[in-house]
Every structure is written in structure tokens, then in C-alpha cells.
Design a protein around this ligand. Structure first.
Ligand code: P6P
Length: 320
């Protein structure tokens, strides 16, 4: 019988790898651990609980219709992060501006609390994506400078995927490890130690409905994937597509177009955390010209094109 190692035990065991003071990582991840279980509970009954599915009747800063579960997840993560005292501010996809906690915390968090939420009421996997940075400002409150750090400054990054099972996958810069929630005991247990992604794959993920809006180079790459008889897999939920490609090998692309040269995805709370994870797993992430983690942000909600996954596939996709 394989030994069961819980997320809490794993973090304690590996605390020495976390650059900062003992116990801080554990506290930082605890909010995501707990919130992940609570969001999982709501996601799993979304089809039943009338009051939780469907649109919340509000729009977020992206002009996207907020789903009730979006709002629930966002409020929950913010509440738990505020209460545990290590984090002094959060930038969330669901909030126009930085959310400040006056608690002197040494870290800041960027997050997409429920990515892919338009899939909630059609029962497709969705996810939470997060990054943790050390503050660089020294005053009472966090400043924009804390959130304008390049992705290489992340001290931890992770995602929670609410799928056929619920998993928390994270890195602190020392490899990637996956934990599956055992609902019978309400605990995340180590299920995918030291995750690595193959250098090549046979899966490409892109919204081919935009094919004729892509650059000649991107179209040529997609044509090449077809000629090589690759599998087209696009769920419309970034965390689900990313997670499958991470495990099996593959590339996810959200390129820029004439109309939207920066594409759709956000640098701070989608591209950066997944880029840290994929690089730690041996893969690559670029905006087509620059390594994602090297981009210095200028705006909280800035978008960037994204090519992420198996290293050889990312190289091939952007060489044209
Ligand atoms: P499109 C969901 O809205 C999301 O941010 C990602 O999860 C997903 O991969 C992408 O957008 C889907 O966008 O334009 O292809 O529908």
C-alpha cells in the first residue's frame, strides 16, 4: 500500500526549499488549500444549487459576465487570504484594482479565482490560478510596484483544477507536485510527485475559429500539426487544457490577432503562474517573441499572447 502523504506534510517536509522563513509557505498555501476544498464543494453541486449557477448579473473589469461561482470563489479566496496575515494585497481578475489588507503581510498574490467559469453551467472543468510574490514596497500598504514584478520573481505558483477529480498543482521553484483531493477525508494527498512534461507531444490546443485572424506563422504551424496528424484538443478552459498537455505533452496557444494583438489571456494571473509551472516541469512559455517570465508588467490586467507547453512544440510554433 503506497504511503499517503498529505499536502500539509509535504509542505512541512519541503519547507527548507522555500527561501523565506519557516512556516510561511505553509500558511500561504493553506488559504488555497482550504478555499480549493470549499470551491470544489460548490462546483460539484453547481448543477443543483440554483443560487450558485448562472450569471451574477454583474460584469468584471474585463467586461465579462460574472458567474455567481466566480464571485463566490473570489470573495472566498480574498477572505481567507486576508485572515491568515501573510498576504498584504491581492490582484484578482475579478477586481478592477488591488485589494489591500492592512496586515503588514510580506507577500502579495495575483489570482484568477475561477478561470473558464463560462463553462460552469455546462459542467466542464474549471480552475483557480495563482501566483505569490514577495513584497518589494516597504510602506504600510502594498503598491503597484509589488505587482509589476516580472514572472521570474514569483516565489510560488499553482493552480487548482475542479475536474473529474480536484487537484492542486504547485511549485516553489523546486519542481512541480500534484495533490489530489480525497473528498472522503477532505484532504489533498500527493498523487503526482515531481511532474515533468514531455519535450514533444501530439496535442495542440487553440481556438481554430480564429484561424483566419492568426498570423501567417501561426497558421502555418497549425497546418503542420494537422499534416503530422496531431490531435486537436481545446476545452475552452485554460487550466483543463494546460493540465492535460502538461501531463501528456502538447501545446496550448492563445495567439494575438489583428483585432486583439495581445490576445485574450492575462499576464499576471494566467500566463505567469502557468509559465513558472511549465518551466519547472521542463516546458516553455512565450508570448511569441519573449519568454513569459521575463516580461516586466506595466498594467494589472494586461493581456499577452501565450504559447505554452512542450518545449520543442513551443519552439516550433514561434520560429516562423
Ligand atoms: P476562447 C476562459 O474564458 C479563458 O480565459 C480560458 O480559460 C480559455 O482557454 C479561453 O479563455 C477560451 O477563450 O476565445 O477560445 O473562447
Amino acid at each position: 500500500m503506497a504511503t499517503i502523504k498529505t499536502l500539509a506534510e509535504f509542505i512541512t517536509e519541503r519547507q527548507h526549499e522555500f527561501t523565506y522563513a519557516t512556516g510561511e509557505l505553509s500558511q500561504l498555501l493553506t488559504s488555497f488549500r482550504l478555499a480549493g476544498k470549499m470551491v470544489n464543494r460548490e462546483v460539484n453541486k453547481a448543477g443543483l444549487a440554483e443560487d450558485i449557477i448562472g450569471a451574477a448579473g454583474q460584469e468584471n473589469v474585463q467586461g465579462e459576465q460574472q458567474q455567481k461561482l466566480d464571485v463566490y470563489a473570489n470573495d472566498l479566496f480574498i477572505r481567507l487570504l486576508r485572515s491568515q496575515g501573510m498576504v498584504c494585497a491581492v490582484a484578482s481578475e475579478e477586481n478592477d484594482d488591488i485589494v489591500h489588507f492592512d496586515n503588514g503581510g510580506k507577500y502579495v498574490v495575483t489570482m484568477d479565482p475561477l478561470d473558464g467559469s463560462s463553462n460552469i453551467d455546462v459542467n466542464v472543468s474549471i480552475g483557480t490560478i495563482f501566483s505569490i510574490y514577495r513584497r518589494v514596497s516597504t510602506g504600510d500598504k502594498a503598491t503597484m510596484a509589488d505587482f509589476m514584478q516580472p514572472g521570474t520573481a514569483q516565489v510560488a505558483a499553482g493552480y487548482i483544477i475542479y475536474g473529474s477529480s480536484t487537484m492542486l498543482v504547485y511549485t516553489t521553484g523546486h519542481g512541480v507536485n500534484g495533490f489530489t483531493l480525497d473528498p472522503s477525508i477532505g484532504t489533498f494527498c500527493l498523487s503526482h510527485p515531481n511532474m515533468t512534461t514531455p519535450a514533444d507531444g501530439k496535442i495542440y490546443s487553440v481556438n481554430e475559429g480564429n484561424y483566419y485572424d492568426f498570423s501567417e506563422g501561426v497558421r502555418s504551424y497549425i497546418d503542420g500539426c494537422k499534416k503530422q496528424k496531431m490531435s486537436a484538443r481545446y476545452i475552452g478552459s485554460l487550466v483543463a487544457d494546460f493540465h492535460r498537455n502538461l501531463m501528456k505533452g502538447g501545446i496550448y496557444m492563445y495567439p494575438g490577432t489583428q483585432k486583439a494583438p495581445k490576445g485574450k489571456l492575462r499576464l499576471l494571473y494566467e500566463a505567469n503562474p502557468l509559465a513558472m509551472i511549465v518551466e519547472q516541469a521542463g516546458g516553455k512559455a512565450t508570448d511569441g517573441t519573449t519568454r513569459i517570465l521575463d516580461i516586466t508588467p506595466t498594467e494589472l490586467h494586461q493581456r499577452c499572447p501565450l504559447f505554452i507547453g512542450s518545449g520543442n512544440m513551443v519552439d516550433a510554433a514561434v520560429k516562423n
